[in-house]
Write a protein that binds this ligand. Structure first.
Ligand code: ADP
Ligand code: MG
Ligand code: ZN
Length: 614
C-alpha cells in the first residue's frame, strides 16, 4: 500500500518537473512577442516605399522596425548578404542607405541552448526518473543493493571485551592460542626469525563448549578488533554472493590489521566438496574456494588471523585443513568436574547467591554438561528464585534447574489416576533397584514419578566420576537398568504399559552399538560394522553405509538380541529376587513422589542388598 502510493507521488513529481522545464525553455527560446511576418519580397517593397526605419540582421533572421513604430520579422535567403538579397529584388541602393542596417552576431548562449536542449533534455529526464526509482528502492528493500557486502560484526570495544579469565577450563586450548595472542602482539619477533605466521586456527568441539567465547577471548587478550561472521551468512539470501561477501570480509579484516576474523560454523560452507545431495552446492563451493583463495593471498606479514569454529570437523573439506590454511587445530573438550565448578563460578558473577551455596555439589551432578548448559543452568536457577520471590539463589534452585535442563520443566499440573501412579512408581522403582543392585551401574541421584518433558517419571543416575571411557560391563549394567522398569511392570503388575517403549528403544540402540561399533561382542569379535552414523546425511555415505554381507547382518541381529536378552534376564532376576525392596521404593514414591539420593539409599539400607556383578 505504502509503496504504490509513493510510486504514484513520484510519477506526479516527475510530471511536474517536466512541465516546469518545458515552461522555462519555451520562455527562453520562444519569440518574446507575436510580430507580423513578412516575406522577403514584401520587405523589399516596404523598403522601396520608404516605410522601413531599421533592420537588424541576426543570422538569417531579420527584425524589421517600421517607421510607424510597428515591428515585423522576416527571413532572408541562406548564404547571401542582406544588401545583395534586397538588390536582387530591385531595391535601390540609395533607398537602402536610408535604412539603418545593423548586423548582430547570433548570440552565443542562444545558439548553444538551441543546439543542446533537444539532445540533453531527454537524458536529464531519464536521469531524474532513475534517481527517483533508485531512492525509492533504497529506502524500501535497502538490502538489495548491498548484498555483496558481508554482515561482519565487530566486537572488541572495551565494554564487551572478553579475556581468557572469562573462559573456565580449556587449559590446553588456551595454551595453543596463547601463541596466536603473542603473535598478534609482537609479530616482529616471529618475522625476524623467519617463522611463518599461523593463518588459520580451527576450533573444534561439541556445541556449547565455548568456541565462540574462546575466539573472542583471543581477540580480547591481544587487544585487536574481532570480526565475527557465521559461515551460513555468506550464502544466506542471494545466490552468487558468497564469494563477494567473503572477499569483503577479508578486505575489512585486513584493513583493520592486526585483527581476528572469526568464521563461525564453518562446516556450513566447508563441507567436503562433491559430497552432498541435491542442488545448491555450487554456491557453497564457490564460497569455500574464495576462502581458500583469500587465505593463500595473505602476505607473509599479514597480521590477520582467521579463526574458525566447527562441531563437525569430520566433514570438513581436506583443502581447508592443509598447511597454510586451517592447519592448527584446537580441540575443546566438555568440562570436567573442576572446570564445571569454575564455569559455575564465572556465571555466578553478578548474581545474588545464598551464602552457604555449594557449587561443587552442583558440579558433581552435571557430568556431560557443556559450558553453555551450565550457563543456562545458572540462569534457570536465577529465574526460579525470582519466581519464588526470593532475594537470593538457593542450592535448591540450582539442583532443581539441573533436572529442568536435562529433562525439561516439571509438569505437576497433569492429573494422573491412582492406577497410572502405581504403574509409574513400580516402573521407576524397577530402574532404581536394578541400578542400586549392580556393582557397575551408576549411582542413583534421584527417583521421581513427577512427569517431566515427555517422560512420565524419571530415575536420575550419574556416574560417580567423570569418565571418558566406559567398559563393557558398565554398558551391560546400563542395559539391565533400562530394562528394570519393563521387568518390574511385568513381574509385579502382570502387564506392560507404553511407558517402557522409550527405554526399549534406547536399549536396542545401545545394544546394537555394542556389537557393531565398540566391538564388544564375543562371537563377532573386535570388528566394527557400517560407517559411523554421523555421516549418513551426506550423500556420499548412503551408498557405502552397509559394508557387510546379508549373512553377517543376520549374525549381528542375533548378537544384538543375545545381549539384550542377557541384560533383560539380569533385570528380571533382580526384580523377582528383591521384591520387598522394590515394593518399599514404590510405596515411598507413591506417597512422596520424589526421592533424593539419601532418602533412596536410606530405604534400601534395611534390606542389606549385596552388590551384584554382571
Ligand atoms: P560454541 O560456540 O562452542 O557453541 P559458545 O562459545 O557460544 O559455544 O558458548 C555458549 C555460552 O556458554 C558462552 O557464551 C558462555 O556463557 C558459556 N560457556 C561455554 N563454555 C564456557 C567456559 N569454558 N567458560 C565459561 N563460560 C562458558
Ligand atoms: Mg558458537
Ligand atoms: Zn523407564
Amino acid at each position: 500500500m505504502k509503496n504504490s502510493k509513493s510510486i504514484f507521488s513520484n510519477i506526479v513529481w516527475a510530471i511536474l518537473i517536466l512541465l516546469m522545464l518545458s515552461t522555462v525553455f519555451s520562455f527562453v527560446l520562444g519569440p518574446g512577442k507575436e510580430v507580423a511576418r513578412l516575406s522577403i519580397s514584401e520587405l523589399a517593397a516596404k523598403v522601396n516605399s520608404g516605410e522601413v526605419a531599421k533592420i537588424v540582421v541576426n543570422g538569417e533572421d531579420l527584425s524589421v522596425t517600421l517607421k510607424d513604430g510597428s515591428e515585423a520579422a522576416a527571413r532572408k535567403e541562406n548564404g547571401l548578404g542582406l544588401t545583395e538579397t534586397l538588390n536582387n529584388l530591385g531595391v535601390d541602393q540609395k533607398v537602402l542607405q536610408a535604412v539603418a542596417v545593423e548586423v548582430r552576431e547570433e548570440s552565443g548562449w542562444r545558439f548553444w541552448v538551441g543546439l543542446l536542449i533537444p539532445t540533453l533534455l531527454p537524458l536529464v529526464i531519464i536521469g531524474v526518473m532513475f534517481w527517483f526509482i533508485f531512492r525509492q528502492a533504497k529506502s524500501g528493500a535497502s538490502q538489495a543493493f548491498t548484498f555483496g557486502r558481508s554482515n561482519l560484526r565487530l566486537f572488541g570495544t572495551s565494554r564487551d571485551r572478553v579475556t581468557f579469565k572469562d573462559v573456565a577450563g580449556l587449559k590446553e586450548a588456551k595454551q595453543e592460542l596463547e601463541e596466536v595472542v603473542d603473535f598478534l602482539k609482537n609479530p616482529k619477533k616471529y618475522l625476524e626469525i623467519g617463522a611463518r605466521i599461523p593463518r588459520g586456527v580451527l576450533l573444534m568441539g561439541l556445541p556449547g563448549t565455548g568456541k565462540t567465547l574462546l575466539a573472542r577471548a583471543v581477540a580480547g587478550e591481544a587487544g585487536v578488533p574481532f570480526f565475527h561472521i557465521s559461515a551460513s551468512e555468506f550464502v544466506e539470501m542471494f545466490v552468487g554472493v558468497g564469494a563477494s561477501r567473503t572477499r569483503d570480509a577479508f578486505a575489512t579484516a585486513k584493513k583493520a590489521a592486526p585483527s581476528i576474523l572469526f568464521i563461525d560454523e564453518i562446516d556450513a560452507v566447508g563441507r567436503e566438496r562433491g559430497a552432498g545431495l541435491g542442488g545448491g552446492h555450487d554456491e557453497r563451493e564457490q564460497t569455500l574456494n574464495q576462502i581458500l583463495v583469500e587465505m593463500d593471498g595473505f602476505e607473509r606479514d599479514t597480521r590477520v588471523i582467521v579463526l574458525a569454529a566447527t562441531n563437525r570437523p569430520d566433514i570438513l573439506d581436506r583443502a581447508l585443513l592443509r598447511p597454510g590454511r586451517f592447519d592448527r587445530h584446537v580441540i575443546l573438550d566438555l568440562p570436567d568436574l573442576a572446570d564445571r565448578e569454575d564455569i559455575l563460578k564465572i556465571h555466578s558473577r553478578g548474581k545474588a547467591l545464598d551464602k552457604g551455596l555449594d557449587l561443587r555439589k552442583v558440579a558433581v551432578r552435571t557430568p556431560g554438561f557443556s559450558g553453555a548448559d551450565i550457563a543456562n543452568l545458572m540462569n534457570e536457577a536465577a529465574i526460579l528464585a525470582a519466581r519464588h520471590n526470593q532475594k537470593l539463589i538457593s542450592q535448591q534452585n540450582l539442583l532443581e534447574s539441573i533436572e529442568k535442563v536435562i529433562l525439561g520443566p516439571e509438569r505437576r499440573g497433569r492429573v494422573i489416576s491412582d492406577k497410572e501412579k502405581k504403574i509409574t512408581a513400580y516402573h521407576e522403582a524397577g530402574h532404581a533397584l536394578v541400578a542400586a543392585s549392580l556393582k557397575d551401574a551408576d549411582s542413583v541421584h534421584k527417583v521421581s514419578i513427577i512427569s517431566r518433558g515427555s517422560a512420565g517419571g524419571y530415575t536420575l543416575k550419574l556416574p560417580s566420576e567423570d569418565m571418558r571411557l566406559r567398559t563393557k560391563s558398565q554398558f551391560v549394567a546400563d542395559l539391565a537398568t533400562m530394562f528394570g522398569g519393563y521387568a518390574s511392570e511385568k513381574a509385579i503388575l502382570g502387564d506392560i504399559s507404553t511407558g517402557a517403549s522409550n527405554d526399549l528403544k534406547t536399549a536396542s540402540d545401545l545394544a546394537r552399538k555394542l556389537v557393531t561399533k565398540y566391538g564388544m561382542s564375543e562371537k563377532l569379535g573386535p570388528v566394527t560394522f557400517g560407517k559411523s552414523d554421523e555421516l549418513v546425511f551426506l550423500g556420499k555415505e548412503i551408498s557405502s553405509e552397509k559394508n557387510y554381507s546379508e549373512k553377517m547382518a543376520a549374525e549381528i541381529d542375533e548378537e544384538v538380541s543375545r545381549v539384550i536378552n542377557y541384560a533383560y534376564e539380569m533385570a528380571k532376576k533382580i526384580i523377582t529376587s528383591r521384591k520387598n525392596a522394590l515394593a518399599a521404593i514404590a510405596d515411598a514414591l507413591m506417597s512422596r513422589e520424589t526421592l533424593e539420593q539419601e532418602d533412596f539409599y536410606g530405604i534400601l539400607k534395611p534390606f542389606k542388598l549385596k552388590p551384584l556383578a554382571i
